[in-house]
Design a protein around this ligand. Structure first.
Ligand code: HEM
Length: 492
């Protein structure tokens, strides 16, 4: 019989009493902070997620921090985190800064939209990322994975250690641009591409503005912001041209009235998307543009960072690598890159990916805001208050995952001892509730194909076991200082 989880029971009791708040923010623990700036000075530019998690260990599952004068509720208890994420879009929304900054860039897509605008987009866009479409993208993923293999084969020949995060960023740019709008930027072979450089500038600029305490760019024309504006204009022009061309083909213009083309990319699928319940609902060109950019933004760094962390674990845990390699040899036979059917049978590799996501989630926390007065557990939350949910901390709680700090892939295969708690619904790397990541299947497929290829072709070692690999928060959480040495296997 499954052991009952005391934290779960406690949270259920608290949620049941949710209508009767007993505490306000003033009653909650939290770091003391300074007058006016609160705790802002403690948030290190690229490691602030670690500060939140340090506070969590010091103050427990529900506490308050101050961003300037604004108190923000921070929650790490699993049931409460899930409850907050579930009560979207009605009660909670993503922090308003995301929508405001995206609106200025004319790119309010699925990630940044809220309320009814989000609901309409989600209805139309979610199906474009369903497994059957994602599987249609499989040949492109394999081709680009083959390029990554060539690159790392050359590195193995030259006995050169690789900055794998840089390689994987280029890999995911190539995959995502091919899938999103049918243009293979081929940055793995050709090096930086003009469009890729523009995209990078746009993404960095968006990130900078979302995190800025004040909207300084509305009053100052700093060089970085002018470069951002130019890059945004170039990207917008190109994507709108692609939207217009795709519309002509799909709606029977250039493709011929009698024989309109079949949708091949996410952009095509968005153009033809219709809502079964409301067939007149469709996406405008502006919405398609916003969502093509959103897919590029949401799909690139997250997947690349996850793959880089997987290589980190394979390199630092020879026992895990040996077991994963044995599985890849057995499932792939003589093949070097998994077929679609084989990628689904790489169970241990899948468990390595799940365990990596639990410990090294690319998005360790999510920023939300209360739409109106509400209650979280027994805490009264006023309208407009910020709420940060520590999704990674939830996956590191011993009540949900026994021996939580250890990397144990077998826990995902029913191999954990019965005394070790295992609550997969508390692994929240892809979020939870109505806004859970719609790109999950695509990301997991990319991971299976890439890791399968690596295991069949190379052995993987950390280039320097003594050099620390640290967590760095850029757009998503990434390994800093990770260098990998590839050695070709005899079968490769
Ligand atoms: C390992 C890779 C990935 C991770 C860890 C990840 C993680 C996340 C997380 C944590 C969220 C927020 C969920 C929430 O609010 O509950 C999210 C949302 C989203 N992700 Fe992903 N993601 C990944 C890959 C992708 C890919 C490949 C795509 C598409 C190409 C994608 C598209 C999106 C979109 C559009 C949203 C917004 C959904 C909404 O608000 O309705 N993601 N992702």
């Amino acid at each position: 019989m499954k052991p009952t989880c005391p934290a779960h029971d406690e949270a259920t009791r608290r949620s049941a009493g949710a209508a009767r708040p007993r505490r306000t923010f003033a009653d909650l623990p939290g770091p003391r902070g300074l007058p006016v700036i609160g705790n802002l000075h403690e948030l290190h530019a690229d490691r602030w997620h670690l500060e939140f998690e340090r506070w969590w260990r010091a103050f427990g599952d529900v506490f308050v921090v101050r961003m300037g004068r604004q108190p923000i509720l921070v929650v790490a208890e699993g049931e409460l985190v899930r409850d907050v994420l579930q009560r979207r879009p009605a009660v909670f929304r993503r922090t308003r800064a995301i929508e405001d900054v995206s609106r200025e860039a004319d790119m309010v897509g699925l990630f940044s939209a809220d309320g009814e605008a989000w609901r309409k987009q989600r209805q139309l866009i979610n199906p474009t990322l369903h497994a059957r479409h994602v599987e249609g993208f499989f040949p492109s993923i394999c081709e680009i994975t083959g390029r990554l293999r060539d690159l790392w084969s050359r590195a193995a020949d030259e006995r050169a250690a690789r900055d794998v995060l840089g390689d994987l960023m280029r890999y995911s740019v190539d995959v995502t641009s091919t899938i999103a709008f049918g243009r293979d930027l081929n940055t793995l072979r050709g090096g930086p591409d003009a469009l890729q450089e523009h995209l990078q500038r746009v993404f960095l600029g968006l990130n900078r503005r979302i995190l800025a305490p004040l909207p300084y760019w509305r009053y100052l024309g700093l060089p970085a912001d002018r470069a951002y504006d130019r890059a945004l204009l170039a990207v917008k022009r190109l994507i709108l041209e692609l939207v217009a061309a795709a519309r002509r083909e799909l709606e029977g213009g250039a493709g011929g009235v009698d024989r309109p083309a079949r949708p091949r990319t996410l952009l095509d699928l968005m153009i033809v998307a219709r809502d079964g319940e409301n067939p007149r609902a469709h996406l405008s060109d502006a919405e398609v543009y916003a969502n093509v950019l959103t897919m590029l933004l949401a799909g690139e760094d997250t997947t690349a960072n996850t793959l880089a962390w997987i290589l980190y674990y394979l390199g630092s845990r020879p026992d895990v690598q040996a077991r994963a390699r044995e599985e890849a040899d057995r499932v792939l036979g003589g093949g070097l890159i998994p077929t679609l059917e084989q990628s689904k049978r790489l169970e241990y590799t899948g468990a390595v990916t799940q365990e990596t996501l639990r410990l090294r989630s690319a998005a360790p926390l999510l920023y939300l805001e209360a739409n109106h007065d509400t209650v979280v557990g027994d805490v009264a939350v006023p309208a407009g208050a910020g709420v940060v949910v520590l999704t990674r901390a939830t996956g590191r709680k011993p009540e949900y995952f026994g021996d939580p700090e250890s990397f144990r892939p077998e826990r995902w295969l029913g191999g954990a001892p019965p005394t070790l708690p295992h609550e997969p619904r508390m692994a929240l790397a892809f979020g939870s509730g109505p806004r859970v990541c719609p790109g999950r299947s695509l990301a997991l497929l990319e991971c299976a194909v890439t890791v399968g290829m690596v295991l069949r072709s190379f052995t993987v070692q950390l280039a320097d076991h003594t050099a620390p690999v640290r967590e760095r928060m850029a757009f998503a959480m990434q390994p800093e200082g990770l260098r990998i040495r590839f050695t070709k296997r005899a079968c490769a």
